[in-house]
Design a protein around this ligand. Structure first.
Ligand SMILES: Nc1ncnc2c1ncn2[C@@H]1O[C@H](COP(=O)(O)OP(=O)(O)OP(=O)(O)O)[C@@H](O)[C@H]1O
Length: 283
């Protein structure tokens, strides 16, 4: 069976500053994502998470390897892949509603004006922003701007949504509220999501599966941890699930104790390396 997203033998290397050698950020990255899956990736700073996300978006090129979406190679950006960055990237001269309309119109040029507007408003409603349609980004808080980015990305219904630490710049309270809005909008759309986060609790709340990257240089996708906590999930409920602390402790132990020893610069990683599947519910 063809997987929705297949990453085969991905490597990224850069020349060293003197230009005489190459430094390999990650290599032998092999993993796949099923249609409708929500996958988070966690790893220490510099291991190459954003580089992988940018390659999946078609915004960066791998030094080696292949990315296939629905069996077709990704060679550049496409409206089939939506990206949400930490810094919101809204058009500052357009209102909240016009920011969404702009993207929706680009996605479905044949739609008439009223259909585009109704569709755009519906997504703003899903993130609780119906009251701020006419405000410009500068008149919104950071949390509201990120809600607009989320509404815009989901409104264009890309086949794959890529999120690079979307809540990294938000305070903990705002972050919690928007995480739950993201769950709500995702549960409605069941879009396939690949998201980078540094926050283990956020990863457990949102993901079906968490990919753990070892440290760079020569980082690898070391493990694929199943989040066997039933949905729908809320921040307050998941901590009572019997698997919550098992998963959390496993992730923290990886980041604190094991991520360095699994780096390709320390141990031998074979080109056909597959991440170790971890299902703590079964243990
Ligand atoms: N143009 C470049 N030339 C040389 N090295 C680069 C270049 N761009 C990125 N790198 C290196 O690639 C590595 C991976 O960067 P990347 O941003 O993907 O890491 P990351 O895991 O997302 O980090 P963070 O969690 O801090 O955002 C870093 O060590 C970085 O220094």
């Amino acid at each position: 069976m063809t997987k929705f997203l297949e990453i085969q033998g991905l490597r990224k290397s850069y020349p060293t500053p003197d230009g005489k050698e190459v430094s390999t950020v990650f290599e032998h990255a092999n993993f796949s994502i099923e249609k409708g899956e929500f996958v988070c990736v966690i790893g220490h700073s510099g291991c190459g998470k954003s580089t992988i996300l940018n390659i999946l978006a078609g915004l960066d090129e791998a030094s080696d390897g292949l990315v296939l979406m629905d069996g077709k190679e990704i060679t550049g950006p496409s409206l089939e892949r939506g990206v949400i960055f930490q810094n919101y990237s809204l058009l500052p001269w357009k209102t909240t509603l016009d920011n969404i309309i702009f993207a929706v119109r680009a996605r479905w040029p044949s739609w008439d004006k009223s259909k585009v507007e109704a569709h755009s408003k519906r997504y703003l409603e899903l993130v609780g922003l119906s009251h701020a349609l006419d405000r410009k980004p500068a008149q919104l808080s950071g949390g509201m701007r990120q809600r607009v980015s989320i509404a815009r990305a989901f409104a264009t219904q890309p086949q794959l949504l890529l999120m690079d630490e979307p809540f990294g710049a938000l305070d903990a309270l705002t972050r919690g509220v928007i995480q739950e809005e993201l769950i709500k909008i995702w549960e409605e759309s069941k879009q396939t999501v690949f998201m980078i986060t540094h926050d283990v609790d956020e990863a457990i709340l949102l993901s079906d599966r968490i990919l753990l990257m070892s440290n760079g240089p020569k980082a690898q996708i070391a493990e694929s941890v199943k989040v066997s906590i039933p949905r729908p999930r809320t921040r307050t409920d998941i901590i009572h699930d019997e698997n919550y602390y098992k998963i959390r402790n496993h992730l923290v132990d990886f980041l604190v104790n094991r991520s360095k020893g699994l780096s390709g610069s320390v141990c031998d990683v074979k080109p056909d390396h597959q991440p170790l599947t971890v299902d703590l519910a079964a243990s």
